[in-house]
Write a protein that binds this ligand. Structure first.
Ligand SMILES: *[C@@H]1O[C@H](CO)[C@@H](O)[C@H](O)[C@H]1NC(C)=O
Ligand SMILES: *[C@@H]1O[C@H](CO)[C@@H](O)[C@H](O)[C@H]1NC(C)=O
Ligand SMILES: *[C@@H]1O[C@H](CO)[C@@H](O)[C@H](O)[C@H]1NC(C)=O
Ligand SMILES: *[C@@H]1O[C@H](CO)[C@@H](O)[C@H](O)[C@H]1NC(C)=O
Length: 412
């Protein structure tokens, strides 16, 4: 019965999507290419899934025990945004570093896939609790070259704003205020440091405000232990809930996996809870095909869950990701040729990608409840997300990797 309610929601959404007005662009012609869609772009999405798991592994080497959280789709979108300006075969080499040359699509088609993906992740607020966007700030007096300007606006739906970076603290305030307004105050600080010789700053964000769905009336919030490691335990607010989830063991990964499928459509969210002491091993063993295989283990059942209220905002300097991909010099060259600035004194650029996931229990009562102890739930399995876990959220129709990370501390 749940399944039918669910698919009805999806159909309704698909119907609504078709009715959506097209986003406004400055050009008369709508650059959106209807021949590019889920089917053509599937390989692009899956390739980014693969690449993002490799990047994640590298990041785990840099941060052994902290939170790691990023949005693969946003990070790659920001890299491709700047590669629009690349000259010669540089853009091809950037695509190769991202393994996107193996998709069988042309460079133009790959950019169009991103246009399609970004539309899919930024539906109007009343339809989806996920928002994303990007802005490009450029030093006053400088101009983007035509192909970059057009691509940034039309394909990456980004606005271009002129800023005086010489006065770097004012520029920083301008950027942070702008991004705060754009995200309705969800993002407070986008940039912490800004050099006064910056010529370009690209900011993108993706925010998902997840909600725990309630199939049954039994749910409440309570402070519970979260075991950060074998020595340290902290108290965190946990959402206690009884609901329908996919819950299964993945033996190869020594982990229990809970998959949260929200009727608010957007992602499949995988919570991977490694056995005690196995986190690092699981991180190194994980591959994207593991997730594909998990789909075969899906089976909805009633589960008692304890999930911490999550607030995981992470800001990524995309330069470090580009560095891991081994394309820093190419990327810098592409940024410079996007604005043709070789002869100015402005030499620095900044690319920031912010990913934020909340799973809030704000509207859930904190009054102690004994409903979970009721006999009717006695035989129902209990799943406690009470130690560090991995999280992967994937948009369901297009397989777009939205978020990936390790949650070592549920609230920052
Ligand atoms: C992803 O990687 C797996 C191996 O880890 C490979 O079999 C698969 O073809 C890759 N998919 C894409 C789209 O690159
Ligand atoms: C790109 O061009 C350079 C020089 O023009 C050449 O050495 C290099 O092999 C080319 N790379 C690719 C992938 O075509
Ligand atoms: C993609 O690029 C890689 C690395 O340069 C290369 O080995 C591979 O042959 C390329 N694949 C295709 C289909 O062009
Ligand atoms: C830019 O910042 C550097 C220090 O980081 C400072 O030495 C220099 O005077 C500044 N330039 C301007 C134009 O404010």
């Amino acid at each position: 019965m749940m399944a039918s309610v669910f698919s009805h929601g999806l159909l309704l959404l698909a119907g609504l999507c078709a009715l959506l007005p097209r986003t406004q662009t400055t050009d008369d012609e709508d650059p959106y290419d209807p021949s590019i869609g889920s089917w053509q772009c599937r390989k692009v999405a899956l390739t980014i899934c693969n690449v993002s798991i490799s990047l994640f592994k590298e990041l785990t080497q840099q941060s052994r025990d902290g939170n790691i959280f990023f949005s693969p789709i946003s990070v790659v979108a920001s890299i491709l945004t700047l590669s629009l300006g690349a000259e010669g075969n540089d853009s091809q080499r950037i695509l190769e570093a991202l393994k996107l040359n193996k998709t069988g699509l042309s460079e133009a088609e790959i950019h169009k896939c991103f246009q399609y993906f970004l539309r899919a992740t930024n539906q109007p607020a009343e339809m989806s609790p996920m928002i994303s966007g990007s802005s490009v700030f450029i030093h006053q007096g400088l101009k983007l070259v035509d192909k970059s300007l057009k691509g940034i606006k039309d394909l990456y739906a980004s606005e271009v704003i002129s800023t005086n970076f010489r006065e770097s603290s004012k520029a920083k305030a301008q950027i942070n205020n702008h991004m705060m307004k754009k995200t309705k105050k969800e993002i407070g600080t986008m940039v912490k440091e800004l050099k006064n010789d910056t010529f370009l700053a690209l900011m993108n964000y993706i925010i998902w405000n997840g909600k725990i769905i309630r199939y049954y009336s039994c749910h409440f919030l309570r402070m519970e232990d979260f075991h950060v490691d074998h020595q340290k335990t902290i108290k965190v607010p946990m959402i206690n809930n009884v609901g329908l989830f996919h819950l299964f063991r993945v033996r190869d990964l020594s982990s229990m996996v809970l998959v949260y499928t929200s009727p608010q459509v957007i992602p499949f969210t995988f919570f991977i809870l490694p056995d005690h002491g196995k986190m690092h091993e699981v991180e190194q063993r994980l591959t994207y095909p593991d997730f594909r295989r998990m789909f075969q283990q899906f089976s909805l059942r009633t589960v008692k869950v304890q999930i911490p209220r999550l607030l995981v905002p992470e800001t990524h300097g995309v330069e470090s990701v580009v560095n891991l991909l081994g394309i820093s010099p190419l990327f810098k060259k592409a940024a410079i040729s996007s604005v043709a600035v070789e002869d100015t004194v402005q030499k620095s650029f900044k690319v920031v990608s912010k990913a934020m996931l909340t799973l809030d229990g704000k509207d859930i009562s904190t009054s102690p409840s004994s409903c979970l102890k009721k006999d009717e739930w006695a035989a129902v399995p209990l799943f406690q997300l009470n130690r560090p876990f991995l999280i992967f959220a994937q948009e369901r129709t297009n397989s777009i990797p939205l978020f990936l990370g390790r949650v070592a501390i549920p609230r920052r």
